[in-house]
Structures are given as C-alpha cells and as structure tokens.
Design a protein around this ligand. Structure first.
Ligand code: NAD
Ligand code: DAU
Length: 340
C-alpha cells in the first residue's frame, strides 16, 4: 500500500510512521508536513536511511490544493491518514486563525484531492475534545461516538468542523472515510508545550510548574503507541463512514500527573505554582471505546504510571532532541503565556 501520512514530523504522526514501517513491510509512506513550529525533521531523517525506497518526505501545506494534488499523483497514493493540524488548545485561545486554515480548510483540500485521486481509504485523526466536557461528579459518564458534538475551545471547534466535513464527503460522495477520536496522548517526541513534557523539563531545571485552576481537571491518558495501533486497525479494518473512539482507560487529575513527574525528578511540591485557569477549560474527558474494541479488536495495553515513567526516562535520555525542538521562539512563547 502507498500511504500518505500528513503531519508526520509531529508527535503522533512521527510515532505512527515509525510503527507502520516496522510492522508492514509492504507499505510505502510519503510524509507531507509543512514544518510548523511543532514539526521537526531531526527525528525523521533516519527513516530515509532505515527504510530506503519506503519513506519519502514532502514539505508542503495541506491547505495548498495544488501541492496536495501533485503529491497524491506523483507518489501514486492509495490511502491517506491525516494527522496534520494545529494541536495546542492554549495557542487556539490566543489566535484561532491558523486553526481555521490547517484544521478546517486543510482538511477540505485533502478531502477534495483524495476524492479526485480515487483514494481507497481516508483516515481523519480527530479528538475527544469535539465532545466537550464531562462533570467531575458523573463518575460513570463517558463519551460515545453518538455523543453530541459540543466543542468548547477554538481548537476543538476546528476539529469538530473537520469531522463534519469528513462526514459530508462520505455521505455525499461515498469517499471511503473513517474518523478516529482519541483522548490525551503521551510518549516520546511530544512537543514540550503540552502538560507532561512541559512539566518535566521545567521540573528538571527547577522552574515553577504552572498548574491551571485547582489542578483537578481530568484527562484520559493513552500511550501514543496504543493510539497508533488503533489508527493502524482503523486504516486496515475500519468500516467506511464509521467513527471510532480510542481511550487509555487511565483517567487522572492534572495534580496527580504533576506529582508523579515531581517524584520522578526528585523535586518537592513547592515547585507547583497555581495559575489563572485556562478560559473554557474542559473539566473531564473519558472515552467509551467499546465500538473500537468490538469492530477493530482495539484495547490499550499500557498502564499509565509505568508508561509515564518510561516516557520520562526517554526524555531524560534524549535531551538533544529537546534542545533541537525547543528553540528560542518556543521558550519565549511559553514564558509570555505564563507571564514570566
Ligand atoms: P503536533 O502539533 O505534535 O504535530 C502536528 C504536525 O502537523 C506538525 O509536524 C506540523 O508541522 C504539521 N502541520 C500542522 N499544520 C500543517 C499543515 N497545514 N500542513 C502540513 N502539516 C501541518 O500534533 P500531535 O499531537 O501529533 O497531533 C496530531 C493529530 O492528532 C492532530 O490532528 C490532533 O488534533 C490529533 N490528536 C492529538 C492528541 C494529543 O493528545 N496530542 C489526541 C487526540 C488527537
Ligand atoms: O484530549 C485530546 C487533546 O489532548 C488533543 O486533541 C490535543 O491536541 C492535545 O493538546 C491535548 O489537549 P489538552 O488541552 O488536554 O492538553 P494539554 O497538555 O495542553 O493540557 C492537559 C491538561 O493540563 C489540561 O487540563 C490543561 C492542563 N495544563 C496544561 C498546561 C500546558 C496545565 O495545568 N498547565 C499547563 O501549563
């Protein structure tokens, strides 16, 4: 299969490319990525050497229709997995415009290009954030695929809009399309503006840890390798038109996660600095992934505390990668965000 993976220089897309090239010897991957601040080629350069003739990189924007058409044509693409997106909620609160371009317009461009090229399978990578928020008190409540779309941040609104365009391309044109919605990922290569790597690097440097609000917001953590396994199942076995939820079955409060990181770093809790809450901050996410379990055989395999420990060991041992992605701009953006 000749596969186009978009956003493959980012966290989840990069992990997915590594996994599929290792697991499927008959797959050829073209990675299309515009290299935004979150895209990094350093960790993908070895792919060309490790998989000669099976890995190609094209620097291009998914919202560029001519580039998308050309890449589908020249690489004779048969299937597509779209990871490319602006992915950080705080940035979407500061400026929604890039989210509209990459997450909505970019998806419509890819859908149209895929339709024109007769693509056999299109997988859209979406998120649990499209469902909005659950109350902390309703312990048994979780999101199902037929839960109403109720996005709260501009990021979530852009992802929900993309999901609706995907649905329309399946209904109107029969584009063989699957949507996957996943909860919070953690693991190697996550850009260090997201909770786990951010808190780890700040704790290592003895800097304060900015915890939003009361720190009791809950996320359903899934190891990135479990998510990537789910995406591969959706690509190979997903029913056209279906939506599949993926979750880690590991609901944890933010304060708990931060305490685990402090313990690993040998630091005490005086580093925690409660800061103003994120506007529109979703209280709790929890995923019912029963449909993916029944139809795809999906189940997460990684226990959160062990997966977190392995992830932090990886970050500690890959400081060069961190130094490479964490440029001056990134550090000044973060400091501005926390009023430092
Ligand atoms: P990321 O920010 O680490 O990487 C995104 C990648 O997409 C980067 O390499 C970037 O350069 C590229 N990109 C952005 N806009 C582009 C454009 N217009 N054209 C081409 N490339 C572009 O993001 P991530 O955390 O790896 O998330 C990947 C996908 O998974 C996103 O669609 C996100 O919404 C979804 N998702 C993420 C999580 C999570 O916990 N991180 C959970 C569920 C779903
Ligand atoms: O749920 C899936 C989503 O998970 C993905 O769709 C997004 O792309 C991904 O970024 C992630 O969104 P979150 O907003 O949940 O992740 P983030 O790491 O930004 O924040 C996790 C929690 O930690 C959230 O409740 C906010 C809190 N937080 C985050 C940061 C960056 C803090 O308390 N302090 C911080 O500095």
């Amino acid at each position: 299969m000749r596969l186009l993976v978009t956003g493959g220089c980012g966290f989840i897309g990069g992990n997915f490319i590594r996994m599929i090239l290792r697991a499927r010897s008959d797959v050829v991957v073209c990675n299309m990525d515009k290299l935004s601040y979150a895209g990094n080629t350093a960790h993908m350069q070895d792919m060309e050497r490790a998989y000669p003739g099976r890995y190609f990189f094209e620097r291009a924007d998914i919202a560029d229709a001519a580039a998308a058409r050309e890449i589908l044509r020249t690489h004779k693409i048969e299937a597509l997995v779209n990871f490319a997106a602006e992915s950080h909620v705080d940035r979407s609160i500061e400026d929604a415009t890039p989210f509209l371009r990459s997450n909505v317009q970019g998806v419509v461009v890819l859908l149209k290009a895929a339709l024109d090229a007769g693509i056999k399978r299109f997988v859209q990578i979406s998120t649990d954030e499209v469902y909005g928020s659950l109350p902390l008190e309703a312990k048994d409540a979780s999101f199902r695929e037929d839960s109403p779309l109720s996005p709260n941040s501009p990021y979530a609104a852009s992802k929900a809009s993309a999901d609706l365009f995907c649905r329309s391309f399946f209904k109107t044109y029969d584009l063989p399309l699957v949507i996957t919605r996943c909860s919070n990922n953690y693991g190697p290569y996550q850009f260090p503006e997201k909770l786990i790597p951010l808190m780890f690097f700040r704790a290592m440097r003895g800097e304060s840890l900015p915890l939003y609000g009361d720190g009791l917001n809950v996320r359903d953590w899934i190891h990135v390798e479990d998510h990537c396994r789910g995406v591969l199942l959706a690509l190979e076995k997903g029913r056209a038109g279906a939506i599949y939820n993926f979750g880690g079955g590991a609901e944890r409060g933010n304060l708990h996660v931060v305490r685990e990181i402090l313990k690993f770093c040998g630091r005490d809790e005086s580093l925690i600095r409660p800061v103003k809450d994120r506007p529109g901050h979703d209280r709790r996410y929890a995923m019912d992934y029963g449909l993916a379990a029944r139809e795809l055989g999906f189940s997460p395999s990684c226990c959160f505390e062990e997966g977190l420990r392995r992830t932090l060991v990886w970050y500690r041992e890959n400081q060069a990668w961190v130094d490479d992605v964490a440029s001056g701009d990134y550090l000044s953006d973060i400091r501005k965000r926390y009023g430092e």
